[in-house]
Ligand binder design. Structure first.
Ligand code: ZN
Ligand code: ZN
Length: 115
């Protein structure tokens, strides 16, 4: 009995493995992030569409403090992200907080506890 008789055909390899370039790796990572959070880019789109300015207090933002500018969903549904931006409103964190505390108050006053 001979091990590796006719079934071992000379250990032929498929040539060197393809090594991805750094650009290809970066592109792959971006695609992965996009898949993990399909809505993650609506903020960027909203800022691009409506400009880096708060829709309420008209405070303008720059690249340095743009993290303080957030995107509010007018209908309250953060999965409703039409490409034309009609459900988005750029609000600074203060106005955004205010907007939502008003909503909670309205819910309370109308008897919906929104739990
Ligand atoms: Zn504001
Ligand atoms: Zn909001």
């Amino acid at each position: 009995m001979s091990l590796g008789g006719p079934y071992r055909r000379g250990g032929k390899r498929r040539g060197p493995a393809k090594v991805p370039t750094p650009e290809e790796i970066a592109r792959g990572l971006k695609e992965l992030k996009g898949l993990a959070a399909p809505n993650a880019n609506y903020r960027e789109r909203s800022l691009a569409l409506h400009g880096m300015i708060c829709a309420k207090c008209a405070r303008e933002f720059t690249a340095q403090d743009r993290h303080l500018l957030t995107v509010h969903h007018k209908d309250g549904n953060d999965r409703n992200n039409p490409a034309d931006g009609s459900n988005w409103e750029n609000l600074c964190v203060y106005c955004h907080e205010d907007e939502h505390s008003r909503q909670r108050l309205a819910d309370y006053l109308t008897g919906r506890d929104g739990s």
